[in-house]
Design a protein around this ligand. Structure first.
Ligand code: ATP
Ligand code: MG
Length: 290
């Protein structure tokens, strides 16, 4: 089973992670170095994605969670640039539809898990069920849960279900990497203002973004509990998000390091197929018309 590569941003597996001690700003910023690091990681990822695809045995799931304006979209764009789009699938999970609410909360993401050989990206995920829903428990009313649901223990039960779900996926060949882009409240304010002040960025600003910001502390508590699901086979990385070039380079590097630990191989043709390949080679070389 996949085992996460170490990093100072790897969330420990023992539940000791504290949001308050997690950095939002990078240790030191050298943007040239970041750009170089990003380019190097992309080149490696492109190569490894080809073997992942050819091997057709494992799949890779990247989960991105963050407060608004932390830079999920632009990180996904930056990290995946240069990778063959045929081997990637990106899904953004918004407020659940009525069809989705007719099912259990893991249904909509389970249906969109990456196929073997592919990289799947979740922009938000089943973790919303213990983040936004935990901060706004009224949302549970739309979920029409059984009458005997215990609303005291529901969050712990959801954490347990998510842990079970991820272990099941990992055992069956899904490599899971989870990134929390940790933006500070101050930097979020700057980015909201930048969106509001630029005509071509205003569309990105949702009036409800301001309201959500008022629940910052509750969100941080919910994130702390959610990140306790970090495990060697489904690690969380808490990435400082106040500096975008650093964040993107760090995510790309961790992703590429994780890919390098995988046992990926180009398939070896059977003896029977090799005989046919050798025959085709001879025919192609000797007969130019065929
Ligand atoms: P951007 O960064 O561009 O704003 P976004 O990911 O925030 O992108 P939006 O369309 O603004 O996309 O918001 C999606 C909303 O859907 C978020 O507020 C999120 O909390 C909410 N959402 C996602 N999953 C669920 C869920 N399971 N239940 C309720 N709300 C959810
Ligand atoms: Mg939003």
């Amino acid at each position: 089973m996949f085992e996460a590569p170490g990093s100072k941003y790897l969330v420990p597996y023992d539940g000791s992670f504290e949001v308050a001690k997690s950095r939002t700003s990078p240790p030191k910023i050298d943007h040239k170095k970041c750009a170089k690091r990003l380019r190097k990681a992309r080149r490696r990822l492109d190569k490894m994605q080809q073997v992942l695809y050819a091997d057709n045995r494992l799949s890779v799931l990247l989960v991105f969670q963050a407060m608004d304006a932390a830079g999920k979209d632009s990180t996904i764009r930056a990290v995946m640039q240069g990778i063959n789009p045929a081997g990637c699938q990106v899904f953004s999970f918004k407020k659940p539809s009525s069809l989705e609410l007719d099912h259990d909360y893991l249904w909509r993401t389970a249906a969109r898990m990456p196929e073997r050989g592919r990289i799947g990206i979740f922009n938000r995920s089943y973790y919303e069920e213990i983040l936004v829903v935990r901060v706004h428990p009224k949302l549970l009313e739309y979920q029409r849960l059984p009458r005997d649901t215990n609303y005291e223990t529901i969050w712990d039960e959801r954490l347990e279900s998510i842990l079970d779900h991820e272990k099941h996926l990992a055992r069956n060949g899904t490599v899971i990497l989870k990134f929390w882009l940790n933006v500070s409240r101050e930097e979020q304010r700057n980015r909201f203002l930048a969106r509001i002040n630029k005509d071509h960025k205003q569309w990105k600003y949702e009036p409800q973004d301001y309201a959500e910001r008022q629940h910052w502390d509750k969100y941080m508590q919910a994130y702390e509990a959610a990140l306790a699901t970090s495990r060697p086979w489904a690690p969380w990385y808490a990435i400082p998000a106040d500096d975008k070039p650093y964040m993107r380079a760090t995510v790309a590097r961790l992703f590429s390091q994780a890919m390098q630990t995988l046992d990926l191989r180009y398939p070896v043709p059977s003896e029977e197929k090799m005989a046919k390949i050798r025959k085709a080679k001879v025919l192609l070389e000797t007969n130019h018309q065929q």
